[in-house]
Design a protein around this ligand. Structure first.
Ligand code: BGC
Length: 251
């Protein structure tokens, strides 16, 4: 495995990229960010990825991983909850190759965060089933069994009380509906109890921007499963993508 990788994290408000030291899981130099174009069509976002790679002067032999806020099934996006609908059915390996002139390795954003936690963070050396959830605009999930990722779980879209779970319990909804920590924690309680009942995990790792405020909501939750905040916070997507790309070299 090479010791340097590059990760690009495509989000609803910004597209972020950095070079990553794969031995430590830390950024090499600055992270750079460009606003997500509106509308966030595949071509417009791919062009932003090109600008980011140019900005970082990423050499052609450095593996590049790109995260998407959607499942990525053999390169293809089957549905897209929180970005432009025109992504549905797009093969993102072909799209990025066309715009970037190089192969890249795509993966789901929560899977990238989960991998980063397994390799460098809170899920390192944890046996059994770890469920990493990212609380943001949506709810992302990564299932990790004995250190191995089971990709493309979509536990943010569990239907609970007739609602798509992320439309009730994401941190985006907390902001949108101006919910107090206590009110939001009630929704999280329902969500995590349901996931716990279905999967009996050994550990929950909670990531996403709001996890820096974990002290405000985690103590309000009553679960059988141990729950810890993510360790990598907002670097997890980029770091996980870079690591994944370096572990699954482009042909
Ligand atoms: C998407 C997931 C994604 C999560 C976080 C959900 O709406 O379906 O694929 O991981 O949002 O971005």
């Amino acid at each position: 495995m090479t010791t340097v990788g590059c990760g690009i994290d495509i989000g609803g408000s910004g597209v972020k990229a950095a070079l990553v030291d794969l031995e430590t899981g830390e950024f090499i130099g600055e992270r750079i960010r460009i606003e997500t174009p509106k509308p966030a069509t595949p071509d417009a976002v791919a062009d932003v990825c090109r600008q980011l790679l140019e900005g970082l002067e990423v050499a052609s032999d450095i593996p590049v991983g790109i995260t998407f806020p959607a499942p990525v099934i053999h390169g293809v996006i089957p549905f897209m909850a929180n970005l432009d609908d025109s992504w549905v059915g797009v093969n993102v390996i072909d799209l990025m190759e066309k715009h970037l002139g190089r192969k890249v390795v795509p993966l789901n954003d929560a899977d990238a965060a989960g991998l980063a936690e397994v390799v460098y963070g809170a899920a390192k050396d944890v046996p059994g089933l770890v469920i990493v959830t990212t609380l943001g605009t949506g709810i992302g999930s990564a299932l990790i069994m004995d250190g191995k990722l089971v990709p493309n779980s979509e536990l943010g879209h569990l239907e609970i009380d007739g609602h798509d779970a992320e439309t009730r319990a994401s941190s985006g909804q907390k902001t949108l509906q101006d919910l107090s920590w206590k009110k939001w924690a009630k929704r999280l309680q329902k969500y995590y109890s349901h996931v716990e009942m279905l999967f009996s995990p050994d550990l929950f790792v909670v990531g996403g921007g709001v996890s820096k405020n974990h002290a405000k909501f985690m103590p309000l939750l009553d679960l059988k499963t141990k729950m810890v905040p993510a360790e990598l916070r907002n670097t997890a997507g980029i770091v996980g993508a870079a690591w994944y790309a370096a572990s699954w070299p482009c042909e």
